[in-house]
Design a protein around this ligand. Structure first.
Ligand code: UD1
Ligand code: UDP
Length: 380
């Protein structure tokens, strides 16, 4: 029996971990013993516990309650507490997701204790090291043993950084194995896409109609922590709401809510007077999927939401200057609008008119989590 720590910390990691948990319970329970460890990076009910309850993941066996802080304090505290946990639990493998500070801390703690790291979502690059996530993902990749890239672009990025696709077993930190595996979030969208219909009363509750609203999320530090960028995005949203009389639903991350207090007073007043701007608390994953399925257009700076807009065949405006999910932009169904007011409005108008967008299957066959578990059991 392989003892595996499934390590989570932030909202999207809990959602991703549910795909692996489901594969273990469904097909690998005789081979893999799963221990869920939560760093406590996200702690609000709506950013953490709601996903355990709704997605049927075992509640964390261990919560390290690290909480918020500067990068150094938060990551440093996590490394120390994860190291203690690894000593106590004695896992054979640590599974890490994506690019958060929890990923970074988990990778450093495990690698230095010579515990093999499995990195899910390996190879994704923005080529912008001003993003904390870029530093986190590069570091994690380079101390991992099995690296699962969701896209061919990610796989090629790893080769460009010196990873050798021809490596053969036994795999270890000095002889890692890279895969183009597909994306476990595609598995999740297929699995939860239908189940989400049980939330179909949500549009009524929010006073919106299917195909007649825009879904917006904002949480990246370079948008929330720069009042000018945040103001520019909100100015564009107000213009769109006014001109097209279309409701905008914004389930806002607490980081964005806090930052809105730094917007110019006149802009804040306009936002709060605009009934079509519906700012709500973060929603559960099933509610989010339903909103993505029912929206006419999605606007976001989230990595996960960019892909989900593709899974649910929606055009997406990306509030960033670059993206790791380049195939969406190349496909013409996502547009990088940065925080540029005019670009946001123009891209919205273009997609509003466009019909017959195509959404090819870039992200695997929907069974990526099973594939990853199989490779883990065979190679570690
Ligand atoms: C983190 C990840 C980011 C990921 C995002 C997913 C890093 C560096 N960033 O960003 O890559 O896309 O999670 O949502 O790891 N806060 C709360 N309640 C919570 C958690 C946070 O109010 O439960 C507030 C606090 O003011 C905190 C701020 O949000 O300081 C930022 O939280 P943090 O976890 O540091 O980063 P995120 O912006 O959530
Ligand atoms: N999400 C959610 N509720 C929300 C906003 C997002 O369940 O109110 C989900 C979303 O569907 C996606 C994931 O959270 O699966 C993305 O997380 P986030 O945008 O916080 O982080 P990122 O993907 O950018 O790292």
């Amino acid at each position: 029996m392989l003892k595996v720590i499934n390590l989570v910390g932030a909202r999207p990691q809990i959602i991703k971990a549910s795909a692996i948990s489901r594969a273990i319970t469904g097909s690998f329970k005789d081979q893999i013993e799963e221990v869920v460890v939560h760093t406590g990076q996200h702690y609000d009910h709506g950013l953490s516990r709601v996903f355990f309850e709704e997605l049927n993941i075992p509640l964390p066996d261990i919560n390290l309650h690290v909480g918020s802080g500067t990068h150094g304090h938060q990551t440093g505290n996590m490394i120390a507490r994860i190291e203690d946990t690894l000593s106590e639990v004695g896992p054979d493998v640590v599974i890490l997701y994506g690019d958060t500070n929890s990923t970074l801390a988990g990778s450093l703690a495990a690698a230095k204790m010579h515990i093999p790291v499995v990195h899910i979502e390996a190879g994704m690059r923005s080529f912008n090291k001003n993003m904390p996530e870029e530093i986190n993902r590069i570091t994690c990749d380079h101390v991992s043993t099995l690296l699962f890239s969701p896209t061919i672009t990610g796989f090629k990025n790893l080769i460009r950084e010196g990873f050798a696709p021809e490596n053969t077993p036994p795999y270890h930190i000095n002889n890692p194995k890279i895969y183009h595996s597909g994306d476990i979030m595609y598995d999740n969208s297929l699995f939860f896409g239908k189940i989400a219909e049980k939330k179909k009363n949500l549009p009524d509750k929010l006073g919106i109609k299917k195909d007649e609203f825009v879904l917006v999320t904002i949480h990246r530090d370079h948008n929330t922590d720069d009042p000018q960028r945040l103001a520019s995005i909100f100015e564009a949203l107000l213009i769109i709401a006014n001109k097209y009389k279309i409701p905008l639903i914004l389930p806002l991350h607490p980081r964005a809510v806090k930052s809105m207090t730094f917007l110019p007073h006149a802009l804040s007043a306009k936002i709060s007077r605009e009934p079509l701007m519906k700012i709500i608390s973060p929603v559960s994953f099933l509610e989010m999927i339903l909103l993505e399925k029912y929206a006419s257009i999605v606007m976001t700076d989230s990595g996960g939401v960019q892909k989900e807009s593709h899974f649910f065949k929606k055009a997406c405006l990306v509030f960033r200057p670059e993206t790791e999910w380049v195939e969406l932009v190349d496909n013409g169904t996502a547009t990088l609008v940065d925080a540029d007011r005019d670009k946001i409005i123009q891209a919205f108008e273009t997609y509003r008119e466009k019909r017959n967008l195509s959404f090819p299957e870039f992200y695997g066959d929907g069974h990526t989590a099973e594939f990853i578990c199989k490779e883990i059991t065979e190679n570690l």
